[in-house]
Design a protein around this ligand. Structure first.
Ligand code: NDP
Length: 289
């Protein structure tokens, strides 16, 4: 008898731009699991009723993107401890009606750093630019996985302080500090000591955006990751200086692979997913130029 297709979704607002459906569908196909992965555009005020509907309709799991990652944490039966620290859920698995939340953004970035630069997190000194949802999820994972030191620079310094308070509570032995993005003196000193810079602000999403920090503060040898999915001005400046660089595609790929593993209990077919992702991003690029 043919297996009934499992149902998965991505919830966001807006969500139409997402390249997750081709990436996840290619993965399910490659391992021979019949499954669908659909986009659901959900307004924030509809999130609770959408979760009830997905459970009733027998969805096996879903991903969550902006702006629902925090609110999703209030609608589940159980939350993985790391996602609890991050205060952010991007993956839900439905285990016999019980909804369990995870955050795969941090493991996704860890895998991208390993793949891009050949380094492990343990012992790294890391500067984060940004204190939004993505910075929260990734810095929580880093704090719980043995980095040596963390700095968070954000435009709104109170938001950086709140994040640093959470990180300190979760990992009291790691020095963590919050600063304003405008405090270029402190930023220069942090970058002189850091091994890794993670750009997690939304600056660079639009052509013509300024760089979030003056590029002259970068130094050769500093590894730079920009969470944005394509080469940004910051990455170009870093590459010119001789910094190893990576854009956000690696994180996007590996967070999706980790969701797949949580849903299926199987290792993700990474290269199949990478090809599907690259094709979808290329298609989107040629449609929008
Ligand atoms: P949020 O909206 O939660 O946070 C946005 C962050 O950007 C905040 O720190 C905000 O600072 C900062 N910011 C926005 N505008 C400016 C500006 N003009 N100057 C300085 N700082 C600014 O977004 P997310 O954290 O969810 O996403 C951040 C970025 O990461 C996005 O570009 C997103 O596309 C990318 N991303 C990539 C992923 C991947 O898989 N590669 C996964 C998730 C996100 P403030 O607090 O002061 O407002």
């Amino acid at each position: 008898m043919q297996e009934v297709a499992r149902k998965y979704a991505l919830l966001g607002w807006p969500v139409a731009h997402s390249v997750s459906p081709p990436m996840q569908e290619a993965a399910f196909k490659a391992v021979g699991i019949p499954a669908t992965y659909v986009l659901r555009a959900v307004r924030p005020e509809q999130l609770a009723e959408t979760v009830t509907a997905l459970r009733d309709e027998g969805f096996a799991g879903w991903n969550i993107t902006v702006p629902h990652k925090q609110q999703m944490a209030t609608l589940l039966d159980e939350i993985d401890p790391e996602a609890q620290v991050a205060g952010s859920i991007n993956t839900v698995v439905n285990r016999d009606g019980r909804l369990i939340g995870h955050s795969t953004d941090g493991p996704g970035m860890e895998a991208a750093v390993r793949e891009g630069f050949g380094v492990e997190l343990a012992g790294q000194a890391v500067v984060f630019l940004g204190a939004g949802g993505a910075a929260r999820a990734v810095s929580a994972h880093f704090a719980l996985h043995g980095v040596r030191r963390l700095w968070v620079f954000n435009r709104t310094v109170d938001r950086a302080r709140a994040l640093v308070g959470t990180l300190h509570e979760a990992a009291p032995d790691i020095p963590v500090a919050a600063h304003s993005l405008a405090d270029t003196g402190v930023l220069a000193a942090a970058l002189a000591e850091a091994d890794l810079l993670i750009q997690a602000t939304s600056l660079g999403l639009h052509a013509g955006d300024p760089t979030p920090i003056p590029p002259e503060l970068l130094r050769p040898g500093l590894a730079v990751v920009d969470m944005i999915y394509r080469p940004t001005q910051l990455l170009r400046a870093a590459a010119r200086l001789g910094c190893p660089t990576a854009d956000g595609r690696g994180m996007l790929l590996h967070q999706g692979a980790e969701s797949f593993r949580i849903w299926t209990g199987r290792p993700a077919p990474i290269e199949v997913m990478r090809r599907a992702l690259d094709d979808a991003l290329e298609k989107r690029r040629t449609e929008t130029v």
